[in-house]
Write a protein that binds this ligand. Structure first.
Ligand SMILES: [Zn+2]
Length: 539
């Protein structure tokens, strides 16, 4: 087979999860693979006349970064989102998170319920995980891997039922999970604070997880109970699911005080549970406004039915009197919830002025109580509203560094690209990992950083021959300037792009050059790879 050398990256320090080169190297890329690595100047003879040369000039060459918790599955066709991800060095995203995704089914359920998180997917109209993955091939600069979303599976089989599944329902749901894994999904996702996951019992989830152990997929979970002080109960449920099903587990956006996170990880390890997690490098969270502030009995309904209840005077009075007082008990919120929730996305144009304001500030401006104002905005937006959520418990950058330097951590932004005033994690997470963990706190060296943001997630989710700067690997490659890498997005100005990463290759093709998109679309839907013995799970 003849190969075409396409790119020579000269004078780069190589870093992956296995180590760092002892000096600069030249890396020759041919077709979609790394073809040769040698001392500076040694590969010139092998490079063809068509080869384009990039002088790394001392920059670090990393394997493409992996976002292990992404809500960009429908947005990777949008050049703004492509640029936001590639400027962080992200070349692969894992989508279908929190139990809700486009496939299986026609995508309508996710598009409606997660409108303010994932938005629509313009390339998918049905056909299952295989069709979803195929829709990414050569259609975007980014690679996309998919989880089978347990909530969507439940919806496909049981509709909006809040009951336990019958044996026949459970068999049909488990078959959908197995189908998705056979089509290349990398695991199963659950969102147990969202509907319909909130109605699923531990036994139901364990049954759905059974196909994972055999296929090599991971049970990925937004845990039940609001995290923070509720984390121990959430982890206990995941441990039980892992014990019964044999599936490895991955905790999504593990946010709680470090002593809780570290203690629970220790307990899992001591009881022999294979566990990893992701965590974004910010204290505040972001989600649907409806998730913490409306009862699941309302959000499980079709939007039109939910709205009819919210505008009914009797229902609304009951909500205000009986439901709202209880939301102070939600572990992520508390009595000051109106001051903690900042509008990130409001679909209703008449409330556009409230973007970036807390519910406390916006409701005061509107002359309404916080609860009534929140309901007004939800109704006008047909529930399509997301909020950035401040935390009740003190969490410093030191705390985050302690959590993210754990050997079971992977990078995951939980970035949401829907909204005018989004959480900065969508555009800032990966350069922020570098700035905080490598440069500021010094808890990770370059190899540790590469493990966190690439190698470990590639191995954990079986993303194929990626994640290392090694001959024969797929050439998803990122040049980073260690002195310049920084996040440009903040809570107040959340649209700023990352800096210090200007050149990115996906499958050997330049997708970002000098900080700008090239317009090339070599991305793939990543089908779960067969694990090899050299690929281990949790460290
Ligand atoms: Zn999420």
């Amino acid at each position: 087979m003849t190969t075409t050398s396409t790119v020579l990256i000269a004078n780069a320090l190589l870093a992956d999860g296995d180590g760092v080169s002892d000096g600069p190297r030249d890396v020759l890329v041919a077709d979609d693979r790394i073809a040769a690595i040698g001392e500076p100047g040694s590969l010139t003879a092998q490079a063809g006349t068509e080869t384009s040369v990039t002088d790394a000039a001392g920059r670090v060459l990393l394997p493409g970064l992996v976002d292990a918790h992404s809500h960009a599955g429908g947005r990777v066709f949008d050049p703004d989102v492509q640029l936001a991800l590639l400027r962080q060095g992200v070349t692969t995203v894992i989508a279908g998170q929190d139990g809700v995704g486009y496939a299986p089914g026609d995508g309508a359920y996710a598009t409606e319920y997660f409108a303010a998180i994932d938005g629509a997917n313009p390339a998918y109209a049905g056909g299952g995980i295989g069709a979803l993955l195929a829709a990414y091939d050569d259609a975007t600069p980014l690679n996309v891997a998919a989880l089978v979303p347990a909530g969507t599976v439940r919806f496909e089989v049981m509709g909006r039922s809040t009951d336990a599944p019958s044996p026949a329902d459970l068999a049909a749901m488990t078959a959908l999970v197995a189908d998705g894994l056979a089509a290349g999904a990398v695991g199963l996702s659950t969102g147990l604070d969202y509907v319909p996951g909130i109605f699923a019992s531990t036994a139901e989830l364990a049954a759905l997880a059974r196909p994972l152990a055999e296929a090599g997929g991971v049970f990925v979970s937004h845990m039940r109970g609001g995290y923070e002080t509720g984390s121990a109960a959430g982890i206990a449920e995941l441990a039980e699911i892992s014990r019964v099903s044999g599936a490895p587990i991955h905790v999504s956006h593990f946010h709680a005080e470090p002593h809780l996170v570290l203690g629970l990880l220790d307990e899992l390890e001591a009881s022999g549970i294979d566990a990893t997690f992701d965590a974004y490098p910010y204290a505040r969270g972001c989600s649907l406004l409806a998730m913490p502030i409306l009862p699941p009995a309302i959000t499980v309904r079709p939007v039109d039915e939910a709205l009819a209840l919210l505008v009914d005077p009797g229902e609304r009075a009951r909500l205000l009197a009986e439901w709202f007082p209880s939301i102070v008990d939600y572990p992520s919120l508390g009595p000051d919830w109106p001051g903690m929730l900042t509008f990130g996305h409001i679909a209703a144009a008449e409330y556009g002025w409230a973007h970036g304001l807390t519910i406390a500030a916006a409701s005061a401006r509107a002359g309404r109580s916080p609860a009534e104002f929140a309901l007004d905005v939800l109704v006008a937006s047909r529930l399509e509203v997301n909020v950035v959520m401040a935390v009740r418990y003190r969490r410093t950058d030191d705390d985050l560094a302690q959590i993210l330097s754990q050997p079971a951590a992977t990078g995951g932004s939980d970035g949401i690209f829907v909204g005018r005033h989004p959480h900065p994690r969508a555009r800032g997470s990966f350069p922020r990992y570098f700035a905080e963990l490598v440069r500021r706190h010094g808890v990770l060296d370059l190899a540790g950083f590469a493990a966190l943001v690439s190698t470990r997630a590639v191995d954990r989710f079986a993303l194929g021959e990626r994640g290392r700067v090694r001959v024969g690997e797929i050439a998803d490659l990122v040049l980073a300037d260690p002195g310049r890498v920084r996040d440009g997005a903040t809570y107040d100005a959340p649209l700023g792009l990352g800096e210090g990463i200007d050149d990115v290759l996906v499958a050997g093709v330049r997708v970002l050059a000098d900080g700008a998109l090239t317009g090339k679309t070599p991305g793939r839907g990543i089908r779960r790879a067969v694990r090899t013995t050299s690929q281990t799970g949790a460290a």
